[in-house]
Unconditional design. Sequence first.
Lengths: 322, 803
Amino acid sequence: MQITINDKIIDVQGQDTLLKIARREGFEIPSLCWSKDARHKSSCMVCAVKDLSSGQIIPSCTSKPVEGMRIDTQSEEVMQVRTLSLELLLSDHRADCEAPCSLVCPSKLDIERMLNYYDKGQKEKAFGLIKHAFDLPKLACENCKAPCEKACRRGSIDTPVTIRKIIKELTKVVDATKVDEIENVAIDKTKFQSRLGRFCESEKARLKETVSTPSNCLHCACAGKSACQLRTHATTHKIKRPGYDMSSALQVMSRIKINDTMYFEPSKCIRCGLCVYNSDNGFTFKNRGFQMEVNLPEENKKNIRVELASLCPTGALYIVEN
Amino acid sequence: MSQCNCENNDKLSHHEVMAKMDTIIDRIGSSRRVIIPLLQAIQDEFNYLPADAIERIYERTEIERAQLISVSTFYSQFRHIPYGKHLIKVCAGTACHVKGANNVYDSFVRELKIKTDSVTTDDKLFSIEKVACLGCCTLAPVVQIDDKIYGHVAPGKVGELISEFIESNKAEEEKTGKANEYKLSGEVRLGMGSCCQASGSADIYNELLTKANELGIKVDIKSVGCVGVCNQVPLIDVVLEDGAVKRYPNVKASEIKEILHHHFKSGSLLRRFKNSIINHVDNYHTDTTWNNVVWKSEAERTGLINSFLSEQKHISTEGYGFLAPLDLDEYIHHQGFASLKKVIAENKPNQVVRDVLTSGLRGRGGGGFPTGEKMKIVASSTQKDKYLICNGDEGDPGAFMDRMILESYPYRVIEGMVIEAFATGANKGIFYIRAEYPLAVQRIKRALELCRERKLIGRNILGSNFSFEVTVFEGAGAFVCGEETALIASIEGDRGFPKQKPPFPAVEGLDGRPTLVNNVETLSQIPYIIRNGANHYAETGTENSKGTKVFALAGKIKNGGLIEVPMGISLNRIIDEIGGGVEGGEQLKAVQIGGPSGGCIPAHRCDVPVDFDSFRQMGAMMGSGGLVVLSESDCMVDVARYFLSFTCEESCGKCTFCRVGIRRMLDLLNRICSGSAKMEDIDKLEELALNVKKSSLCGLGKTAPNPVLTTLKYFRKEYEEHINGLCKTGKCKDMMQFIITDDCTGCTKCAKACPVDAIAYEPYKVHNIDQDACVKCGLCVDECEFNTIIKVPVKQEVYANND
Ligand SMILES: Cc1cc2nc3c(=O)[nH]c(=O)nc-3n(C[C@H](O)[C@H](O)[C@H](O)COP(=O)(O)O)c2cc1C
Ligand code: SF4
Ligand code: SF4
Ligand code: SF4
Ligand code: SF4
Ligand code: SF4
Ligand code: FES
Ligand code: FES
Ligand code: FES
């Protein structure tokens, strides 16, 4: 049969979806809740296209072509729908892509990563980063007003992480000459930055109770950011801040350990359902409407395979090396 | 999941729970797809879903934890915590909402001292819940405690109501104790449906109890579903053993004894009365003198009954007022099943499909898709198994037509179903009925049994070689399951996520088989079409909308109730001639039609004819048939917000625009209603609404913005006033406050009435309201005899400008 995509006439055979056909023909369409060869149900609407024959906006990832169909994948209207779907998802996404402290350091030290090594007891690695970022032996912190500590999220809970003190301590306990530099990758500020926003009182109380690390750091940066498509699409769609009020029914900053290497963070989940449809008695949905969440019952953790992490389009489900 | 580890109510031992569970599982089955019936049975048994009972499911059935959590948390029927002994359901349906249901709810919570994060009293005696439409909108606001219904509940009278309930409940327990010793000789239904119990029902109820005892008559007294004319209350139905009904509208306590005496003396008398009812709608509408019971003329009692009926036309509700719901002989006597006999005798299934096409019948479930077309698709499939589903999920919070049809005319729906099955070659039928409609479920089940005995369903229907099996499936409380693909998902044992269409269910539905889904009312029109001919049917209605439509007329209307009108009649005629005009002589402001999917049609456009297309053109929708009349004292922004908070809760949650988009629209509306919004927020709301409509995946999300879009279209000025801090009707509580003017005489009544002691008791002085403490319940206003307590806008400048 014949269909038209953006004025290009295309012959199609078989049962491919519009997404597949369009991509094959070189038209770019983003997707989140769809993944190759995985079971899925359309939900995110990031792959929206317009069926010009019916005037309807449809998800290309499940829609099949019909004879004579005319599809628009790139008009302003379609782009606007995609952008809005991302904005809506992000308004229900209370999480930081990057740690506030790292974002503000004038010497571009990835403080959160440094603290991460520190908290794992890998002080040499922590120092390796500092060595790469700073012009040692001079400590950049000495003439700095320490915006990092002002920005520190822990500060709104009890007291900010004593970043400068920790850096100083590291320079003392680590033998600078014996430590290899570790490349400190400066944060790419051209990328979209999701931000968590303010904690409410109950969140503060919970985090104060539950998060205790040697440095006291909450580790705000998203551990799953390297594979996050939500962020990628938000960047390409030039989203700065979600245009709507932020609120979410999901618990912020809660990390659920699934097994030795896998973690699940509900507040980063966009409820695409890929992990639900592709695990067998593993992840499940709970509740409905805005309250709907993805849930992993304790008893089902054993049914989760590591490959599942790569399906998750966000940083909600990820693997931690070493 | 955080499993509930609460112990179960009745303190059953683990062993007993397991034994009960095994019985339930043995009865219902152990496959994945029986999960909903299984959970319903467990909840019936234990009153909630106890954790140890759930564990037994994992041990003994195919159902796994993931599925169980997914399903049991999707449907609102299922409870994971035990409830109190009595359940208070405060109706939050549309009609009740516009009449102040929220105040009633708050009063209960206050009166019972229920804590903010709980729904149950500390002594575990009462639990409270908001529910959608209890089906007696004309008595709004309505509250149901267990199976007793109370109408016109004033927030200030909640305390009395609770004590009254506790007392009548005691009486009831005594009664049940005694009644068990005898065989019941019939039943007396208090209320026309749920309605009539409500208005002054307590007196009637007590009178029935005492007089029944006095006379030594053993009758079951209960409340039942609605059959229309809800304004004729209190009303009792006397139901005799064979299901015949005698109805007494506007009954008085003093008349009870005579009525009981009359019906429950001897069997031969019962017969006599039954016969006297058949074909006498007039018994209901005209004067009757009966022994000592002197009936006032109906006009005197109600004034408007005749005009209430004059504009109506009964097709779905044919036999209105006299058909005994379960009397099969009577139904047959009135040409029931004649159409089925006809199509089977002629044996031309395709002709039936053509007839339905010719009739122009369009689906009454909301979409208005031509029924004949859908039948044609299913009929054309060569698959061996085909399904037919009767959609009785009716979730519109302001409507109860389908419930009434199922309860009162079960045979008509069954007949329509069998005819369609015959025409399309479907061999399996399912009644999908909301679990909130227990009487409808019970009636349909019984009606199906009786039909099976007469070979009207089952194998070899009426001796032909056509067979059609029908079962009943009870929905578990999810508006979205009215959507056909979600409905099918729930029958298959999943959460009610709608599926992408195409493929349509008519091509690929339940279990992948062609499935014809039709609404209750659609089906109930079929026998008429076959019997009287498609062309005759098509004479009624407009060019593109044929036949009649049943509406639940409620809100600010003098004579509300269930009405069936020919398509093409104007809304104005419905309101003025059938409904007797707006209640309390107020001005008509708008009519909300189609519930959460529909819109508000402003008064100046109410000359619009009832018609699928003309409603759609106005941005509204026929929907299922809720018709809520709004008057000057209703705030349109609040109405829009009301519907949106409904759809926000009922969204299945699958797709972004509906799950998050509606929530964000609601955020904006909440801001507008609290006076903290900016002018740009209106545009933002509109833009978002248009996008949600455009980009949601199923009908719920696609229509949910309609109430907002229509009110924005016709009442934008009202939105703007809200931004400026003024809600003229005073419905938006954050924007108004009560103040006491200097005319106060210091009578102290208001101080005594205030439930939160916001008014200090100061005899002979001008009283004062502590605004921080005031919960704006308005009880003081009702109490003040000097009308010195007035509503004013909170924002001073607005107050000044509007003086
Ligand atoms: C959110 C939503 C709720 C619906 N609720 C109902 C309902 O309660 N009853 C009903 O018959 N149809 C309902 N429908 C329409 C059904 O999907 C379906 O179109 C209808 O049952 C078909 O029957 P009909 O052709 O006889 O109208 C609903 C649709 C949507 C999108
Ligand atoms: S999941 Fe993606 S968008 Fe969200 S915080 Fe992580 S990287 Fe940022
Ligand atoms: S105090 Fe040190 S770590 Fe903090 S911002 Fe300044 S230079 Fe960076
Ligand atoms: S809590 Fe840790 S990661 Fe977050 S801002 Fe403070 S130092 Fe940075
Ligand atoms: S955890 Fe990831 S894969 Fe699973 S639903 Fe959430 S976003 Fe999708
Ligand atoms: S529009 Fe709403 S109800 Fe329909 S599929 Fe999407 S989320 Fe579910
Ligand atoms: S990728 Fe198509 S709807 Fe999510
Ligand atoms: S009974 Fe409350 S809205 Fe119908
Ligand atoms: S609290 Fe008494 S009327 Fe406001």
